[in-house]
Design a protein around this ligand. Structure first.
Ligand code: C2O
Ligand code: CU
Length: 451
């Protein structure tokens, strides 16, 4: 990735400059099949992983060498609306756009991906996604979590190929594509050699339609290992939460500490549950990847348990909040929010919260079959309650701020959202990218504080 810095002499601020070229390329994903045509950033899928220090500003120039329009969205970032990847703000083939990011969020795992109107699912399935990590040296040194080679991003995916080795076409799908091939960082069912010590994994679900429910199994003893969840979509949680199963819906990020000590010379399998929401299972969709534990540790630096309390943060201040209800449903073969598809330009701005205000949003899914991971651009929110369906807020959700909340079949999820830091028009949508492309997306307009 091209990387240069330039000095803005008026403010004496350094802004890091990067360039991402969208190109198609061929990769040998399967040993026995033909090569697969993919789309990538700088010839890679997933694209290059950014690690940016909090507060260091960046500009990313995205050059579109593909024959279809593209849009870049930095998911979870505090970004001004003009650079937030509005779905109709297309980079046409042969053009480029410069995106500016202040990187003012607290330390967290963001990801960048395509957001082009009606073809997000096609571009995403073809490979246009990557990690963008905001680091905060001060906070992270204090927490002493595993770092460097012990801090590993894992992008989960679920793909489907033709017998010739190409990806199946997404273009004709109107509801979901689950895929029978589970991939991590672009490789089907990979293995990772690890040392018998603690690791920090940043788990992200980049699949179109498949939600994962993960656990780690020691094949020889049948024992399930604890996952210590330390961070969510919105960075460090207020407390470490230990769990044995972790639900990761599309676009969600969960960071876990896994301790491989005591498992010297063994193989552990990252497993996926069957029958998760509407996901359709295939022969090996219950397997994700394998960890091959070595016999010895080469470094004990930051080989610590996470502290039980991580970061403190303000909870929404008491007050009378505006309540809004949004119903995610299917109407006349279109996926809609409160009956409004994204194509309904006149009516698609569904809310105008004041900048800085906290509101209570009730997200409803009355359907008894479909699930919808709902993402609201720019903001962090707290999940307050979930009724019907699973009827519970998971222990790790309670300790987290989020930018995605998954609505299982029939579920209603109530969230407290603070609309900050910027004014402007932003999208919210289902992150089943096929539902999103078929109009389950609308907008809200953050308005000036009324004096
Ligand atoms: Cu992950 Cu609107 O995006
Ligand atoms: Cu959906």
């Amino acid at each position: 990735m091209l990387n240069s810095s330039y000095n803005n002499s008026t403010n004496n601020v350094t802004i890091d400059f990067f360039q991402l070229n969208i190109t198609s390329f061929q990769a040998q994903i399967y040993p026995n099949l033909g090569k697969t045509s993919l789309l990538g950033y700088n010839g890679m899928s997933p694209g290059p992983t950014f690690r940016i220090q909090r507060g260091v500003q960046s500009v990313i120039r995205v050059v579109n060498h593909n024959d279809q329009p593209a849009v870049l969205h930095l998911h979870g970032s505090n970004t001004r609306a003009v650079w937030d990847g509005w779905a109709e703000d297309l980079i046409q083939p042969g053009q480029y756009k410069d995106y500016y990011f202040p990187n003012s969020n607290t330390a967290r795992t963001l990801w960048y991906h395509d957001h082009a109107s009606m073809i997000t699912s096609v571009n995403l399935f073809s490979g246009l996604a990557g990690f963008y990590i905001i680091e905060d040296a001060e906070v992270e040194t204090q927490l002493g979590l595993p770092q460097d080679q012990y801090d590993i991003p894992l992008a989960l995916n679920s793909k489907q190929y033709t017998s010739a080795g190409n990806l199946t076409s997404v273009a004709g799908e109107t509801s979901s594509l689950y895929g029978d091939i589970i991939e991590v960082n672009g490789q089907p069912w990979p293995f990772l050699s690890v040392e018998p010590r603690k690791y920090r994994f940043r788990i992200l679900n980049t699949a179109l339609s498949r939600t994962f429910v993960l656990s780690i199994l020691d094949n020889s003893s049948g024992k399930v290992l604890p996952l210590q969840v330390v961070a969510s979509d919105s960075g460090f949680m207020n407390a470490t939460v230990t769990t044995t199963t972790l639900t990761v819906a599309m676009a969600e990020r969960w960071e876990v500490i896994i301790d491989f000590s005591g498992y010297e010379d063994r193989n552990l399998t990252l497993m996926n549950e069957r029958n998760v929401f509407d996901s359709i299972d295939f022969q090996e969709t219950d397997l994700v990847m394998q960890f091959n534990v070595a016999s010895a540790v080469s470094s004990n630096i930051n080989n610590n348990s996470p502290p039980s309390s991580l970061v403190s943060r303000d909870s929404p201040s008491p007050g009378t909040f505006i309540h809004r209800t949004f119903n995610f449903d299917k109407q006349n073969d279109e996926w809609v929010i409160n009956g409004v598809p994204f194509t309904d330009v006149k009516n698609r701005v569904l809310a105008a919260p004041q900048r800085g205000a906290t509101e209570i949003w009730v997200l409803e899914n009355h359907n008894s079959y479909w699930s919808h991971p709902i993402h609201i651009h720019m903001v962090d929110f707290q999940i307050m309650s979930r009724s019907n369906g699973r009827n519970t807020v998971e222990s790790y959700e309670k300790a987290a701020l989020k930018d995605v909340a998954v609505l299982g079949p029939k579920e209603t999820v109530t969230i407290a959202v603070t609309f900050a830091p910027f004014e402007g028009l932003y999208m919210f949508h289902c992150h089943n990218a096929i539902h999103e492309d078929h109009a389950m997306m609308d907008a809200f307009n953050i308005t000036a504080i009324q004096g």
